[in-house]
Design a protein around this ligand. Structure first.
Ligand code: ATP
Ligand code: MG
Length: 458
């Protein structure tokens, strides 16, 4: 699995032993340049600039985390993270284009155009898990004690994420048997897994995400505590969970993420109402709808098309909305009012878990509440619906419902044909974010603008 050149390998005993996190590891395995496949040609120029500038300023600087892991697997990294012994303030002094962020975990962001390189100072363990730095459950609230690279390696989550690429000699430094685990497709949390999950419950989501993205399996001791500790995710700020949901579902492996999350009992922590709906009707429509929606999302990401969290969340939460709408209707509320009320309820409940910014929750609600309007295919109503800013996303959503067997396929076909007649613009990119309605120009021909007469400049 790892690029062919690495021939090293720790003995099996070393691999099975957990690194003792109370002691920095002093005998790392060094994999020289000619025994691994990381080439500077595959590292972004921005990351290289940061590494070289820090080195030239007299600091240690390493590429670390997903960048090293993914390059060793022959994959294109999502981003590049740098670790250094320079403090955030020293990093800021070294780069003009630098901003310091984060409280819990203070970081420097160095920006080059659209690319941001995250530069983290080596972390050490907290001197003691005092009340100021962790909560009563062992959760780390602040993690800003700086240390050495050896200490930093132990603060990271999985062994495969604790590999350091040294810009001085282009070697890879392996403190925790990460190369071996990478080779074998293992995700292994360093240290005592239960303690590590308690320190930061998001590590459970990260385990599911990397398992999905890389096709790795969790080592038994890494997997074992998750079922019992999943509930700790309830204490993670909803805004952080939103970010994690995007990484799980919007980076091209959402189907695998969904399956892993459900397998580990984590999905219900993020989407409790959806989980309840799926659990009762496992084989039926809701499951199909979610899976088809996620498959579409993955296909769009893979082919470079835009995707929006509004559509994703609309798919994930539709079944709870539908069930709640039915309840309201049974209580005698008119269908459209029932759908509106159900949408509000489900959004409010969901925000308690995962923060959905308004710029996504508003269009999500529109995608739902436009659905009944597709029933009307007579007179001027189709044309009016087609002019709605959210028409295309809502139409895509209708197709998905039809594909999953919940909406009438003939109705979906009618709308496809309606657009084929040139009544509305291209519907193929239905779920694009921030789409504007295509205004029809009145009066046909474009008027020629008068040439600007700027007052005799030249
Ligand atoms: P990707 O960027 O592909 O999602 P990544 O492994 O680079 O994966 P990041 O979130 O970018 O993930 O984090 C960079 C590195 O920081 C990780 O590889 C890991 O070493 C460390 N790290 C990130 N989050 C945690 C955490 N919650 N606990 C411990 N270490 C972490
Ligand atoms: Mg990363």
């Amino acid at each position: 699995m790892v690029c062919g050149r690495w021939r090293g390998g720790r003995c099996i005993i070393a691999r099975l032993l957990q690194p003792d996190r109370s002691q920095p590891i002093t005998n790392p395995t060094i994999i020289p340049r000619d025994q691994h496949c990381i080439s500077r040609a595959n590292i972004s120029n921005a990351a290289l600039k940061v590494l070289y500038r820090l080195k030239d300023a007299g600091y240690e600087a390493y590429l670390v985390g997903g960048g090293v892991r993914d390059l060793l697997l022959g994959r294109e990294p999502k981003d590049f993270d740098v670790a250094t012994n320079a403090t955030p303030e020293q990093v800021k002094e070294t780069f003009r284009n630098c901003r310091l962020i984060g409280r819990r975990f203070r970081l420097a962001h160095v920006r080059f155009g659209r690319e941001i390189i995250e530069v983290a100072t080596f972390r050490a363990a907290q001197p003691s898990p005092d009340a100021a730095s962790s909560n009563g459950q062992g959760m780390i609230l602040r993690d800003n004690v700086y240390g050495t690279i050896e200490e930093d390696a132990l603060r990271r989550d999985f062994t495969v994420n604790a590999l350091y690429y040294d810009i001085r000699d282009f070697s890879v430094i392996d403190y925790a048997g990460g190369m071996e685990d990478l080779h074998n497709g293992f995700l292994r949390l360093m240290g005592d897994p239960e303690t590590r999950y308690r320190e930061d419950p998001v590590r459970m989501l990260r385990a599911a995400r990397f398992a999905a993205k890389l096709g790795f399996v969790l080592s038994p001791e890494t997997e074992a505590p998750i079922a019992a500790l999943a509930g700790l995710l309830g204490e993670v700020p909803a805004a952080r969970l939103f970010e994690e949901v995007l990484k799980l579902f919007m980076t091209g492996h959402s189907v695998a993420s969904f399956e892993k999350l459900r397998h580990f009992g984590l999905f219900g922590q993020l989407f409790p109402d959806t989980e309840a709906a799926l659990a009762t009707e496992e084989a039926g429509f809701p499951h199909t709808m979610v899976l088809k929606g996620l498959e579409n999302t993955d296909a769009r990401v893979t082919s470079g098309k835009p995707v929006t969290p509004a559509f994703l969340f609309a798919v994930l939460l539709w079944e709870p909305v539908r069930l709640r709408t039915r309840q309201y209707e049974a209580e005698g509320i008119a269908p459209y009012a029932a759908l509106q009320a159900a949408s509000s309820d489900i959004i409010e409940r969901q925000l308690g878990r995962v923060a959905i910014p308004r710029r996504f929750s508003t269009p999500m609600r529109e995608i739902w509440t436009l659905q009944p309007r597709f029933q009307h295919t007579k007179g001027k109503r189709p044309q009016r619906l087609a002019g709605h800013p959210r028409f295309r996303a809502a139409y895509d959503f209708l197709l998905l419902r039809a594909e999953a067997g919940e909406a009438d396929q003939a109705l979906a076909d009618w709308w496809t044909e309606f657009q084929g007649q040139g009544e509305v613009g291209d519907a193929s990119s239905g779920s694009d974010e921030g789409e504007k309605p295509r205004r029809r120009r009145r009066g046909g021909r474009r008027r020629r603008r008068k040439p600007a007469t700027g007052g005799g400049g030249e």
